[in-house]
Design a protein around this ligand. Structure first.
Ligand SMILES: Cc1cc2nc3c(=O)[nH]c(=O)nc-3n(C[C@H](O)[C@H](O)[C@H](O)COP(=O)(O)O)c2cc1C
Ligand code: SF4
Ligand code: SF4
Length: 378
């Protein structure tokens, strides 16, 4: 069996190329460049801020701070932003940088985006903050209720050439509708605080993965590899942590180490759970021959494909690849075989005989998932 080249994460968002999928999430009054520098030698991304970009949002932040919340307040927002980006760029080990921002007018977002781009960073529009003082200005979460304004801001910011993220809180408005508006407006990234009634509502990640092509940063209650995987296996491209790093600053390093190991062992760090286990539509690559009543039929309905078309497509796709083999497996070909992390001596026996490593098996399944979804009819 040929040995595997260590599979890279291969992440690219415009001019940003995070070297792993773990990010520091923004916390106003805490995550400035000085704080974030302790993570730049291992995190894939640090998101600074939220910074207030004009006098109105800075005045609002002052009032919030008087109530005892931490905030960044400045009389010279653009100078402060420049200084922050210079300070993080001087950090000994570079990782990708984004700045989370709030403003009461479009021009301030645009100016900040120009600064960020010049310094090689991306900009994150804060449509998440729910503090009254910010919402009253039409900023933060108020943008979710005013999608036309959000659309206008995204388009203006995008026209600077900067990498654009929008941070939203789930379960405030229709998440899918807002995600589609964010995508159509031209943003690169949706950063979702998947806040649910009881911890993270990971089904929201799946919904957005199944219906947009946005780069997804999943957030909320990520504290370890297990909670990170729960988001990755529903389609998150990256996950971010906020409160957990305050409790234990090694959180990010631990998750990076473990997801790197998982990537080395499987070649697909954010591979989905099986459809019947709650995974997103990419998991059709792991589905059985559709001969029994199960969740695959609903998934096929979602992509507008019949069971016959799906069967033909999968068989066509594996033709000429090593997935074609597997007479002794459940359905006569590894086209229908499960994810590598599901123990199976039948599949593993075939892999051994044909000389296909676990990583190559998963990379073929990843390619197959992309091909299936490229042919979806709805
Ligand atoms: C003290 C504090 C300040 C925060 N400030 C911001 C902010 O300025 N901008 C933002 O988008 N999110 C902000 N958040 C939200 C976090 O980025 C994150 O979405 C939330 O804490 C859930 O993630 P976690 O479970 O990893 O903490 C803040 C959170 C905390 C705890
Ligand atoms: S086809 Fe198999 S893997 Fe897919 S949903 Fe049905 S039982 Fe699960
Ligand atoms: S042979 Fe094993 S891996 Fe393949 S479909 Fe059957 S149970 Fe899944």
């Amino acid at each position: 069996m040929e040995t595997d080249v260590i599979p890279p994460f291969d992440l690219k968002i415009g001019y940003l190329t995070p070297n792993n999928p773990i990010a520091l999430a923004p916390m106003a009054g805490i995550t400035d460049s000085q704080f974030a520098r302790q993570f730049t030698d291992h995190a894939g991304m640090v998101i600074l801020g939220g910074y207030n970009l004009d006098s109105k949002t800075n005045e609002a932040a002052k009032r919030i701070a008087q109530r005892g919340r931490t905030e960044f307040v400045t009389d010279e927002p653009m100078e402060f932003l420049n200084h922050e980006l210079d300070n993080i760029n001087n950090s000994p080990n570079g990782c990708c940088v984004m700045v989370n921002v709030r403003a009461a007018n479009i021009d301030a977002y645009v100016e900040a985006a120009r600064v960020a781009k010049k310094k090689g960073a991306g900009i994150e529009i804060n449509a998440h903050c729910r503090q009254d003082e910010i919402v009253e200005l039409g900023a933060g979460q108020s943008l979710l209720m005013h999608p036309d304004t959000l659309n206008e801001i995204i388009q203006a910011v995008r026209s600077t050439g900067a990498v654009v993220s929008v941070k939203i809180r789930a379960n405030v408005v229709n998440d899918l509708t807002i995600a589609q508006i964010i995508e159509q407006s031209g943003a690169h990234i949706i950063h979702i605080d998947a806040m649910g009634k009881h911890g993270a509502d990971v089904n929201i990640i799946r919904k957005i993965r199944n219906n947009t092509s946005l780069f997804i940063i999943g957030n909320n209650s990520v504290v370890d590899i297990s909670s990170a995987k729960s988001m990755f296996s529903r389609g998150a491209d990256m996950v971010s942590c906020a409160r957990a790093v305050l409790k234990d600053p090694d959180t990010l390093r631990n998750i990076v180490d473990q997801i790197t190991l998982y990537q080395i062992n499987t070649g697909w760090y954010n591979s989905p759970k099986h459809i019947c286990g709650g995974g997103d539509l990419r998991a059709l690559a792991f589905c059985c021959l559709p001969v029994k009543p199960c969740a695959v039929h609903n998934a096929l309905e979602q992509i507008g494909m019949t069971a016959q078309e799906f069967t033909r497509l999968k068989l066509e796709l594996v033709e000429g690849t090593l997935l074609e083999y597997g007479e002794s497996t459940c359905f006569g070909s590894m086209a229908w075989c499960c994810k590598i992390t599901k123990p199976c001596f039948l599949r593993d026996g075939v892999l051994e005989v044909v000389g296909l490593s676990d990583v190559k098996f998963m990379q073929l399944k990843k390619w197959m998932a992309q091909e299936i979804l490229a042919r979806r009819k709805k």
